[in-house]
Write a protein that binds this ligand. Structure first.
Ligand code: URA
Length: 200
């Protein structure tokens, strides 16, 4: 199976039987020419055994591109802290992005890149089978819910494609507004709600 174009990604993702096989196959993906040419490596999701809470971000940044792991930069460090504050170790939480490669210069993923990459995230979700998904920021929220605004849907559980999805702020917004800002307070509150709703 050769994930070199959108059809190849769809077929390859569908054919993978477990998360290690998916990660190995996704690492060979060249379906988005610019991303394949500029990335250091593909960044598949991390799904600890038995995890019930899954956090969905947008796309890897510079630190993730180097490490090959999602949310290890400043945003990831804030998530680690807030998760610990609400009583969950990051080591027990699944973390995944809608797009598995870093867009150059941290630009938003192009619509075609999101669509092409979608089967990788869909299959990882299917295999992870989380109790609750927290969508971090507008892009991950729209990936599930379609066109909407964060203010319209944040802080409540939504049924989407068989998943219970809780939209909230992206940690980068919490970092931008600082430790006393509203996004950080609400992000923490929403993570706590996700835990209460069974995501631990
Ligand atoms: N931002 C994201 O959306 N995902 C990451 O993995 C890192 C930063």
């Amino acid at each position: 199976m050769n994930p070199a174009d959108p059809d190849g990604v769809r077929l390859a993702a569908r054919a993978t039987v477990d998360l290690p096989a998916l990660a190995a196959c996704a690492r060979t993906c060249t379906a988005c020419p610019e991303l394949a040419a500029t990335r250091t490596q593909v960044v598949p999701g991390v799904v600890p055994a038995g995890s019930r809470l899954l956090l969905l971000g947008e796309a890897p940044g510079a630190s993730e591109d180097v490490a090959g792991l999602p949310f290890v930069g400043r945003s990831g460090q804030l998530l680690d802290l807030l998760l610990a504050e609400v009583g969950v170790a990051r080591a027990h939480v699944a973390v995944l992005n809608t797009v598995q490669c870093r867009p150059p210069g941290n630009r938003p993923p192009a619509r075609a890149e999101s669509a092409t990459c979608r089967p990788w995230a869909e299959r990882q979700l299917e295999l992870a089978a989380p109790s609750v998904v927290v969508s971090l920021g507008l892009s991950a929220t729209r990936w599930f819910l379609g066109p909407t605004s964060l203010s319209a849907v944040r802080g409540r559980l939504h049924d989407a494609g068989g998943y219970r999805v809780l939209p909230t702020f992206h940690p980068s917004a919490a970092l931008r507004f600082g430790p006393g800002g509203e996004p950080r307070r609400l992000l923490r509150e929403d993570l706590a709600l996700a835990v209460v709703e069974g995501g631990r």
